[in-house]
Design a protein around this ligand. Structure first.
Ligand SMILES: [Zn+2]
Length: 185
């Protein structure tokens, strides 16, 4: 069997183990309706799985993931709006992380063409950190979390109004790859 087949088999086996261990009552309940309490915008990085790091379960979180946890692509912002408007999540978290490859790519000037909106945001965040932090990957990633929180409110009437009406709390956090701890910022 070649490596790709092994990888696919790993997924097939993983799903059959999941099917054996998942609570059927939970599946039945969630199949009728999802009621996540939180929407999370996180990076695609394989080490930053929000469900794992917050010890959550199926149905708990509406998660949108993209390299660099940027909400500048309209489909990302629209997905978050869906969670607020239709699923009525009470919290929206933008989660950045240490050692982010998207931030590193911007520092190194090696962003991929299709990631342009993400790169632009990270460049904006980089321009706002103190001069001595200009190549500090984690300071820029944290600045990008703060920038995203502002952009989300500025660019989405739905989210802006939900915050003004006291129905939605917006917050940001940084996940530390080495310690496994999340620090709210
Ligand atoms: Zn990342």
């Amino acid at each position: 069997m070649n490596a790709t087949m092994d990888q696919k088999q790993r997924l097939v086996d993983g799903n059959s183990l999941f099917k054996k261990t998942v609570d059927p009552m939970l599946l039945a309940r969630l199949a009728k309706k999802q009621e996540p309490f939180v929407a999370i915008l996180a990076c695609s990085d394989s080490r930053v799985s929000p469900i794992k790091i917050f010890n959550l379960s199926l149905g708990d979180a509406f998660v949108v993931r993209v390299a660099g946890n940027s909400a500048s692509d309209p489909s990302i912002l629209g997905s978050l709006e869906y969670a607020v408007e239709h699923l009525h999540v009470g919290s929206l978290l933008v989660l950045g992380h240490t050692g982010c490859g998207a931030v590193k790519a911007v520092i190194d000037g090696s962003g991929n063409e299709n990631l342009r909106p993400v790169v632009r945001d990270i460049e904006r965040a980089r321009a706002k950190v103190p001069m001595d932090q200009i190549n500090n990957q984690n300071a820029i990633a944290e600045g990008n979390v703060r920038l995203q929180l502002r952009l989300i409110e500025d660019n989405s009437r739905i989210i802006h109004d939900a915050v003004s009406d006291g129905k939605l709390a917006l917050y940001g956090a940084m996940y530390d790859l080495e310690t496994g701890l999340v620090r709210f910022v």
